[in-house]
Write a protein that binds this ligand. Structure first.
Ligand SMILES: C[S@@+](CC[C@H](N)C(=O)[O-])C[C@H]1O[C@@H](n2cnc3c(N)ncnc32)[C@H](O)[C@@H]1O
Length: 276
């Protein structure tokens, strides 16, 4: 199955075991000027700690769906849970195999297609729910959960839409549709937490880094090419000019004000309903 190269890029650059936003206990006190990569890694571990504090005490076995490069699974193992991992991604398959010395069970498939007779106490979807088809995901979770099983989801959802063509509407589920589907597919929402504010410093740092380092470097690069190779520069402009403008619209995704306008980053703990 193919490799998600954007996620691979994050894992190669940040070099932590997590592929999520991280959790900042005091977001208003974060100073972007003095923030380090180490702070980001600490926030990512804090995210795992905070998310896992929602795991009910009667849970023993966990399927980590969309396990990424294994940070959450490692954390859960350290807390004594029995953990299996799942992802469709080839690169992540290799990383998980190396990280856990081939001892971690890894299901190499999309969750919707996971074919299993095995049952789990809890299915974890940490920043992976947005990749999984809504109804198919709930149906699969219901099928592989024990009678009193739980689904713990941490992800961003669209809570507001307007006429704009914001990229925030893409690759993110509609919040009401998601909650309605949970209800329809036999899940009861037992806990929720809005962690939007706690996750925003990561986006704000990405925006800061872009403005401070990437944009000036690109501007200088363009200036140099234009000055030294005017003909080539015109050809490149013709070839990629409109694509470049489209790509620039994607930068809205790291605009925390726009994120908050359209999305909420939620933790949902669902319990499978069952008849006695
Ligand atoms: C943003 S990463 C999150 C990784 C990890 N859970 C974490 O919190 O660090 C999204 C994960 O979902 C996986 N994914 C994408 N489509 C999926 C699908 N249909 N079923 C299961 N996992 C999927 C990706 O390969 C990746 O592992």
């Amino acid at each position: 199955m193919p490799v998600d190269n954007v996620l691979k890029l994050y894992s190669k650059t940040i070099r932590s075991s997590f592929l999520h936003y991280g959790f900042w206990d005091n977001p208003s006190e974060v100073s972007l000027e003095s923030l380090t990569l180490q702070d980001l890694k600490i926030a990512q571990l804090r995210y795992a700690e905070h998310l896992c504090s929602y795991i009910p005490s009667d849970v023993n076995s966990i399927l980590d769906v969309g396990c990424g490069i294994g940070g959450n699974a490692e954390y859960l193992l350290s807390k004594g849970f029995h953990v299996e991992t799942l992802s469709p991604d080839n690169y992540q398959k290799r990383v998980i195999s190396d990280k856990f010395n081939k001892k971690m069970i890894f299901h190499h498939t999309k969750f919707e297609n996971y074919d299993s007779k095995k049952k789990y106490d809890l299915v974890l979807e940490s920043e992976s729910a947005c990749y999984i088809k809504i109804d198919a995901g709930f149906k699969k979770a219901k099928q592989i959960l024990n009678k009193k099983g739980y689904l713990l989801v941490s992800d961003y959802f669209v809570h507001f839409r307007d006429e704009s063509k914001s990229p925030h509407f893409k690759s993110s589920h509609d919040m009401n549709t998601y909650l309605e589907s949970a209800q329809k597919n036999g899940f009861e929402l037992v806990k929720q937490y809005d962690q939007t504010d706690n996750t925003m410093p990561t986006l704000e740092y990405a925006g800061y880094f872009l403005e401070r380092f990437i944009k000036p470097s690109l501007d200088y690069g363009f200036y140099s090419v234009k000055k030294n190779y005017p003909t080539i520069s015109k050809m490149i402009e013709k070839m990629i000019g409109s694509k470049w403008d489209k790509k620039k619209q994607q930068l809205d995704l790291i605009d925390s004000k726009k994120f908050k306008k359209y999305r909420k980053y939620m933790i949902y703990l669902f319990k499978k309903k069952y008849a006695e």
